[in-house]
Write a protein that binds this ligand. Structure first.
Ligand code: CA
Length: 223
């Protein structure tokens, strides 16, 4: 899952970015509204954390521009504590949720997890696919009740597929959602990671759809 953090406060931006990375997300950073708007307009993020008070272009304007261009990426806005009007303006502009400053980063993490889940149509923090269970809260995966030892990259890959269970996900889409913008992207590496993931899972749930990509889905009962 790839997140964009748009925040001009350097410390806060760094703190959010580090926390998100520790939680297994890939993170891009922007420090003003124009850069943030551009990235959100051109890169496929799974969620965006957007400060309202930003230089160059304010957060509300950036958000309005994304929404009027038809971008539906979940957006969590950061508002000043006493500015209730920011929350109203933000939600009216198309924000999906907000957190008022000062906040605990854990709250931001929880809200981001919920936004990503809901955008993918899952209400619970656990996603199940046959014998595979993904706990988005602890970033852990289990097969038949046994915890999988996954690298953060493998977890991200499994998590993306599980969030889009039943859908064919192309290699390009995986590359775009698993790496940050500075990464030297090579979609062949995806195949290697899929191979490792299949081996660790020990169950054959990830299907290769020739020429299109990959799909995870629960086995259907034959009888
Ligand atoms: Ca600010």
């Amino acid at each position: 899952m790839r997140i964009l953090v748009v925040e001009d406060d350097l410390n806060l931006n760094r703190q959010l970015t580090e926390t998100l990375k520790e939680a297994g997300y890939v993170v891009d950073q922007a420090f003003d509204g124009e850069e943030g708007h551009f990235l959100g307009d051109t890169e496929p993020y799974d969620a965006i954390i957007l400060d309202i008070g930003l230089p160059e272009m304010d957060g509300i304007t950036a958000l309005e521009k994304w929404r009027s261009a038809g971008r539906t990426t979940p957006v969590l806005i950061l508002t000043a504590r006493d500015r209730w009007s920011d929350k109203v303006a933000g939600i009216d502009a198309g924000a999906d949720d907000y957190v008022a400053k000062p906040f605990h980063v854990e709250e931001v993490l929880a809200r981001i997890r919920a936004l990503i889940r809901r955008a993918a149509g899952h209400a619970s923090s656990e996603i199940t696919c046959g014998p595979v269970r993904l706990d988005t809260k602890s970033s852990k995966a289990m097969v038949n009740g046994k915890a999988l030892k996954l690298t953060s990259h493998e977890y991200r890959l499994l998590s993306y597929l599980m969030h889009h269970m039943g859908e064919v996900v192309s290699r390009t889409e995986l590359v775009e959602h698993l790496y940050d913008q500075d990464f030297d992207r090579d979609s062949n590496t995806i195949e290697v990671f899929i191979g490792r993931l299949r081996k660790k899972m020990g169950v054959d749930l990830i299907e290769t759809v020739r020429g299109l990509g990959y799909r995870i889905q629960a086995p259907t009962n034959a009888n």
